[in-house]
Design a protein around this ligand. Structure first.
Ligand code: ADP
Ligand code: MG
Ligand code: MG
Length: 251
């Protein structure tokens, strides 16, 4: 079992108006096999948390820590984070001209594992994962993300997640812009990875819709850069009925 520990994390960004603190002390522990949903109103800092875990240079950690099995994630470069077992959807390139999906996936898998996957298994794994995610076979020969629709990009993101077999995945608004069929395919992919590979998931979302397909073990409500309340799946149901008003008054 592995553990991702976020401890009293404070994060700022530099803006033209000066330094702005966005995360104001976030503490959260995720174990492999667990699914945590982070929910909250727009602007509460959810994406900032995802970007900080991903190592985006814009976000300055002013105090606190992120540890993966005791190793300091904040000291790791972006590639090292992937090799350590973190999957952060946004670290992958938006478009890679001249690089086919097949080559990209194999190169990335080799970099993450430190060795090339056996060709026989790999070809089979890619084919199976593409079928599971209802990705058309000709995508393999297309250039990475070039001309992909929003829904296709999301499926390809989950394809990478299935193939790279991370310990932890951070999925930020993976549900946005998906129709119900695509949402179901993407959710099935996340659920499969959680079950088969014991992946831990940090599922960040504004809406409760995706939580009908991906059942969280824990729900954290994010308000103004902090976790304002934590609970089980029933908290998501409550938010679906009541919205975030109660938290906004408190904040
Ligand atoms: P959420 O994902 O919950 O909607 P964000 O993390 O995107 O929240 O944003 C939190 C706050 O930080 C917002 O007020 C947003 O305007 C601000 N913010 C985040 N990233 C930047 C940035 N790169 N430049 C300026 N402001 C930012
Ligand atoms: Mg936002
Ligand atoms: Mg966001």
């Amino acid at each position: 079992m592995s553990t991702l520990e976020i401890k009293d994390l404070h994060v700022s960004i530099d803006t033209e108006q000066g330094t702005k603190e966005i995360l104001k002390g976030v503490t959260l522990t995720i174990k492999t096999g667990e699914t945590h949903a982070i929910m909250g109103p727009n602007g509460s800092g959810k994406s900032t948390l995802a970007s900080t875990i991903a190592g985006h240079p814009r976000y300055n950690v002013t105090s606190g820590s992120i540890l993966l099995d005791g190793e300091d994630v904040l000291e790791m470069g972006v590639d090292e984070r992937a090799r350590a077992g973190l999957f952060l959807a946004m670290q992958y390139p938006v478009e890679v001209p001249g690089v086919t999906m097949t080559n990209f996936l194999r190169t990335a898998k080799t970099a993450i594992d430190g060795e090339a996957p056996s060709l026989r298994h790999w070809t089979k794994d890619v084919k199976a994962a593409m079928e599971n995610l209802k990705i058309d076979a000709d995508f393999a020969n297309r250039n990475v993300n070039e001309g992909f629709s929003g829904g296709e990009k999301k499926r390809v993101e989950i394809l990478q997640m299935e193939l790279f077999k991370p310990k932890f995945a951070v999925l930020d608004e993976t549900d946005s812009g998906l129709d119900v069929d695509a949402l179901k395919v993407v959710s099935d992919g996340v659920n499969r990875a959680a079950e088969q590979n014991e992946m831990g998931t940090l599922l960040i979302t504004h809406y409760t819709r995706i939580l009908r397909y991906i059942k969280p073990d824990f729900v954290h409500v994010f308000v103004d850069g902090r976790i304002a309340e934590q609970g089980g799946p029933e908290l998501a149901d409550q938010l679906e009925d009541e919205g975030y008003d109660r938290f906004l008054v408190k904040a």
